[in-house]
Design a protein around this ligand. Structure first.
Ligand code: PAF
Length: 286
């Protein structure tokens, strides 16, 4: 397994592979890898086969964090990440630094961004206004450096995956986007690097995100129900976990991300919840 931290070095290798007709499967991550990331690696390998190459990038991208968010404290453990990648059969881990990704320019001198203007207006885009601009920009840059045939994203970031699909379609990136299912802990909590922030009490209450999804699923299985009513019921539901504070819960069409007035089986639900100071997200098809 090779570890490459230079952007030019990564792109040179990717162009070499391209000339050889080698297909690249790419898993972009911010590191602190868990079993969910490793399932994305397996999906990438499945798509490119033994003759292809699997690249994982590990980069905590500063442009997708707001000023009051957890950029400085975001969990990092490169040594462990590399061990996990090696064991998972990854060919290259790309570990650029900020200077590589943002041209080593002094703050304020980097000025080119990609902005998706529709799907990013709701949910995470409301609570975290510059977040998706940072995600689309860094993912576009990574695609230019890694030149993947296939890139794999997790379903847990449902809105992110939809926005990246849209960016790829709108800007004609020659990349197939695969969205792999969310992996969950035994009690149903979606796997996330941010789960590490939770203390024991918060961890036990964090499962309320999953329980809320299940409760909504059960409610709409009986009869369709107005989104306003279901939101209000779920707000009530959250009082059972005093450490959890609902940021948003939305019901929407899984293709367009347009909110729906009436929730029924097939509607997508997404929610964000602060558990203590940790903000967790989850989603599911009802
Ligand atoms: O989902 C993530 O981990 C990040 O948003 C991504 C796609 C690696 C971009 O920094």
């Amino acid at each position: 397994m090779r570890i490459i931290s230079s952007a030019v070095g990564m792109q040179k290798l990717a162009r070499f592979w391209q000339r050889q007709g080698v297909r690249v499967g790419f898993v972009p991550t911010m590191g602190y890898l868990h079993a969910g990331h490793l399932s994305l690696v397996r999906a990438a390998r499945k798509h490119v086969g033994k003759s292809g190459r699997v690249v994982v990038s590990i980069y905590v991208n500063p442009t997708q964090f707001g000023p009051a968010e957890d950029l400085a404290s975001y969990p990092r453990d490169l040594k462990r990440d590399l061990q996990l990648c090696r064991a998972a059969g990854v060919d290259v881990v790309f570990t650029p630094g900020d200077a590589e990704m943002y041209l080593g320019k002094a703050e304020g001198n980097y000025s080119t961004y990609i902005i998706e203007e529709k799907l990013s207006q709701s949910m995470e885009g409301v609570t975290r206004p510059a977040h998706f601009r940072g995600v689309t920009t860094v993912v576009a840059k990574l695609f230019h450096l890694v030149l993947p045939a296939v890139a794999v994203f997790g379903q847990k970031d449902f809105q992110q995956a939809a926005i990246i699909r849209r960016m790829v379609a709108d800007l004609n990136f020659p990349v197939k986007i695969i969205v792999a299912p969310t992996l969950r802990e035994g009690d149903g909590l979606a796997m996330s690097s941010r789960n590490k922030y939770l203390d024991a009490e918060q961890r036990s209450q964090a499962v309320i995100l999953f329980h809320a999804l299940q409760a909504a699923k059960a409610a709409v299985a009986r009869q369709s129900i107005s989104a306003a009513r279901l939101k209000s019921d779920l707000k009530e539901f959250f009082t059972a976990a005093p450490q959890a504070r609902l940021d948003y819960v939305e019901f929407f069409d899984p293709e367009t991300l347009e909110p729906v007035a009436e929730v029924k089986p097939g509607t997508q639900m997404a929610l964000a919840v602060f558990v203590g100071k940790t903000r967790l997200i989850d989603n599911g098809r009802l």
